[in-house]
Design a protein around this ligand. Structure first.
Ligand SMILES: NC(=O)c1ccc[n+]([C@@H]2O[C@H](COP(=O)([O-])OP(=O)(O)OC[C@H]3O[C@@H](n4cnc5c(N)ncnc54)[C@H](OP(=O)(O)O)[C@@H]3O)[C@@H](O)[C@H]2O)c1
Length: 386
């Protein structure tokens, strides 16, 4: 990028994950300065990234004492440990923070980035799902800029540039339908972890891949869209579009519909979140519209009840979306560990929403309390199902 602007100084959280690695690709192709890297575990991959980016400050949320000592011996004062160290990187002034952390652990760094007045390129949708009101308040307090990385929300964002938000009639989120599109509820009772991890169009981390298979990912995206664009749940629709070429659409009060299209490649929305409002060249193959027909259908809400659980939790507001997310994190981990079946994910989430008392959320601490309570309830339900 010509001339170093604050936006060209990048903090990459979740640097070893799918979003993190693709962010580092974008950074390398745009010649951006990677000033900080964070991850969770003391992996060889994290150490290798630290060597490739010798100027970057480092933070690791997890790791054993032995692993931390070894890393401290290798990287000295460049590295710090624990969740607070990750959040501290997000608060480095004058940076663009790409949050590619998975799960509710991404909330505190998101809040820290926005409170510090940084641009937050948000991959970690759980920040908004679990703590939407808290994240929006942090942006208002600190003046930080919140730009979505999720491809659907980037498409909505791009379709809204130059428009008056009051002229939105409807947001239409597209969903690939995941690997089990068209399958009956009976069929879903016996699907394996490997089948659920085989996403047809996107190559992502394991949790979001399972969430895509249950449609919980789309439920999260509905809540994310609600907070990002201030649109009510009655004005957010979901349509299944298996080719994942139209990434989402905005319908306006005059009947016009604007959309953003492209082959599925997360480097496009990641780069846009970093360079917005500019566009920079990228080595992305041109879209071939004659390649395959674009098709659309309604989601099967009976076989995939997680979608309506998301609408329900979103409408309830307060702690309900945080409970939805935490219960799902526990249930997906149990499914990946082959402790529960695929359809049990929705059962565990639904029962957790019934058990955990509903309350308003005004601080990160309250979000984390609701998150913890939901995790305990969901874990008990998983154990009872064994
Ligand atoms: N992948 C996609 O295409 C995509 C698309 C849209 C939205 N998203 C969203 O982006 C987020 C990341 O997804 P992903 O697919 O990239 O996940 P992933 O491949 O599983 O990567 C997760 C990253 O988060 C790190 N991490 C986990 N817990 C952490 C903690 N407590 N503190 C700091 N880092 C932590 C992991 O570090 P370790 O490697 O050390 O465990 C890893 O770097 C999710 O919210 C997902 O919903 C992803």
């Amino acid at each position: 990028m010509d001339g170093l602007t604050p936006l060209s100084r990048l903090v990459v959280l979740g640097a070893t994950g799918s979003i993190g690695r693709q962010t580092l690709d974008v950074a390398s192709s745009l010649g951006l300065d990677v000033v900080a890297l964070a991850a969770n575990r003391a992996t060889d991959e994290f150490a290798a990234l630290a060597v490739v980016h010798p100027g970057a400050a480092l933070a690791l949320a997890g790791g054993s004492d032995v692993e931390r000592s070894a890393l401290a011996a290798q990287f000295g004062s460049r590295i710090d440990f624990g969740p607070a160290a990750v959040a501290a990187l997000a608060a480095i002034p004058g940076t663009t923070v790409v949050n590619g952390i998975v799960g509710a652990a991404g909330l505190e760094p998101s809040v820290a980035a926005l409170e510090a007045g940084n641009r937050l390129a948000l991959g970690n949708k759980e920040s908004l799902v679990a703590g939407g009101p808290v994240v929006i308040a942090a942006a208002e307090r600190g003046g930080g800029e919140l730009i979505p990385v999720d491809s659907e929300h980037s498409a909505l964002w791009q379709s809204l540039v130059g428009e008056n938000p009051e002229s939105i009639r409807r947001l239409i989120l597209t969903a690939s339908g995941g690997p089990f599109l068209g399958k009956s509820a009976d069929h879903l009772a016996s699907v394996s972890v490997q089948e659920a991890l085989a996403h047809p169009t996107w190559d992502m981390g394991p949790r979001i891949t399972i969430d895509s298979a249950t449609l919980m990912n789309k439920a999260f995206e509905v809540i994310e869209a609600h907070y990002l664009f201030g649109v009510g749940y009655d004005a957010i629709d979901v349509v299944v579009h298996p080719q994942s070429v139209i990434h989402s659409l905005v319908e306006y009060v005059d009947g016009s519909v604007k959309a953003q299209l492209g082959d599925p490649d997360m480097r496009v929305p990641i780069q846009y979140a970093i360079t917005y409002p500019e566009r920079m060249p990228a080595a992305i193959a041109p879209l071939d519209l004659t390649g395959s027909p674009l098709t659309f259908e309604s989601p099967d809400r009976g076989s995939f009840p997680c979608l309506d659980l998301g609408f329900e939790a979103g409408r309830r507001g307060g702690s309900a979306p945080a409970v939805l997310n935490a219960a799902d994190e526990v249930a997906v981990a149990a499914f990946l560990g082959e402790k529960i079946g695929f359809r049990d994910i929705a059962r565990v989430v639904s029962a957790t929403l019934d058990i955990v008392p509903h309350r308003a959320l005004t601080s990160v601490a309250e979000v984390l309390d609701a998150d913890g309570e939901a995790r305990r309830a969901a874990s008990d339900l998983v154990s009872a199902a064994l």
